[in-house]
Design a binder for this molecule. Sequence first.
Ligand SMILES: Nc1ncnc2c1ncn2[C@@H]1O[C@H](COP(=O)(O)OP(=O)(O)OP(=O)(O)O)[C@@H](O)[C@H]1O
Ligand SMILES: [Mg+2]
Length: 273
Amino acid sequence: MSAPSAPAAQPAHADSARIRVRSLGKRYGALEVFRNIEFDVGAREIVAIVGPSGCGKTTLLRCIDGLLPHDTGDIWVGDARVEEPIAGVAMVFQHFGLFPWKTVFDNVAYGLRMAGAARTEIERKVPEFIKMVGLAGFEKAFPYQMSGGMQQRCGLARALAVEPSVLLMDEPFAAVDAQTREILQFELLRIWQERPTAMIFVTHSIEEAVLLGHRVIVLKGRPSSIHEIVEIDLPGPRTRATLQLPRFAELRERVWGTLMREAREAEFQLERA
Ligand SMILES: Nc1ncnc2c1ncn2[C@@H]1O[C@H](COP(=O)(O)OP(=O)(O)OP(=O)(O)O)[C@@H](O)[C@H]1O
Ligand SMILES: [Mg+2]
């Protein structure tokens, strides 16, 4: 059920799938969170996921990260079936997830140290990624000395430093102000252009999903499942000018309509109960 697409270039997911999710189901005891989730993410593709609060977006990312066991179905990252955390998958959390007692340098170095990187490699790579996210000069700062936006840049550098082939982002910009959020969205797009990966980006912002995603997955229902996958046939690279395109507005309205229909149905069900 994709949007009618322009006779455009090859869709981004047409390249080899980096992530494959098949018949995925997850419950917490009596609560069935989602069922029959199926999608692919290409090696150079950003897939955005939107859906009502509590529909299982964080749970889905944690299953793909191997942090949580799933109940039914399969997840593959490349040739590896996900049953526990695997190398090459990095996650950026909503609330930064930094170690408060470590400096920016040591936070960014963390994943590399865990992976057993040599000291010389750490000393070469960490400043490179700190610079990439615009934090040069703050190597010795602690998280409490930085703004929310700077902390999120640090979280991003930490994830990028391990040079992941899969980047999982759970509402990474939700806790920063609107202006910083916009800056970070375009920074992320710039970094992704430099080093494309398979990325899943969970957000509550429809605008952000349409701006960043090559496809937007809309989750719905209880238990939730995929309601629609909207192909975002906007030209790349996406810039501020993208926000002014009539097609951008059309796609945003389309995703909005799908989500709002869902929210209204849920409201009516509550009224009837
Ligand atoms: N560890 C847990 N044990 C039991 N239930 C859980 C657990 N974690 C989440 N849940 C429940 O599972 C459902 C999905 O939660 P999840 O956090 O994945 O939703 P979400 O889509 O990320 O929500 P939000 O948009 O608010 O972040 C919710 O009903 C939540 O209460
Ligand atoms: Mg969540």
